[in-house]
Ligand binder design. Sequence first.
Ligand code: CP
Ligand code: NVA
Length: 299
Amino acid sequence: MAKKNFISIADHTEKEINYLIRQSYNLKAQARAGKKHELLPGESLAMIFDKPSTRTRVSFDVAMYELGGHAINISAGECGLGARESVPDVARTLSRFCDAIMIRTFGHETAVELAANAAVPVINGLTDLLHPCQAMADALTMYEVTGDLKGVKLTYIGDANNVTNSLINLADKTGIDITVCSPKGYTPDKKIVGDSKYRLLSDPSAAVKKADFIYTDVWVSMGQEKSSARKAKAFKNYQVNARLLQKAPKHAKVLHCLPAHRGLEITDEVIDDPERSIVFEQAENRLHAQKAILVYLLK
Ligand code: CP
Ligand code: NVA
């Protein structure tokens, strides 16, 4: 059987994605009950980081440990992916030592090239284009609140970036009803999410009116720092704050993939609101969602 990768949610069937969400829910229940779930004994994951990380790095490391395996961190400086050594040669070498590779990098094509040349599964831990592992954790987080993702109203406010693209992919597979609310010039790239169903609005008040979940992410993603001043202007009316939440249903919960730029895309009072914000549950769910992905790829 051909090896599987996890580069984009779009590469997988509805059945597979919904199975992964249920598995992450089950694995979280097992972890909470203190039950051992060493499903990958002795297996090794190589993790290549060309960009910084807290959640992705630690959650993959802990996931491998709790599954009975182990993870190896390879920072940009050490590996020199594409500079010190070609991407295919790194793929071939790591495939001889490890059972899977996780990569966080800039160009999406680097992750695709790595996957094409690796004999083992490759997982996308974020590229400029997509953040599929994040969206799988987000799916678990919304599923825990609602018990069913079909028809759940998710409103994403802000820069249509890697996180947004993967949320749109997730909506395609799960029946989530997604609205993206971004200013002109920062809407989803048709080349990436062209055939997907999503509602595009530019007025945040209208966008949150019926939302079950309100999601935001940084206006300036890693590697785009030069655009900070321009974006601060473009997004000034797109902050998720208490005034905006007054326009949303009382039950609406707030999501953010983190790290947050407090005071820009989200205010302290919202992110720290125990009634509204579930961002740290969401962060924890990276661990459980990625365990499901690892087991699915390696078993
Ligand atoms: N959400 C997320 O991917 O966090 P890190 O950048 O800290 O890994
Ligand atoms: N869009 C953000 C997500 C960080 C997890 C970035 O790419 O920096």
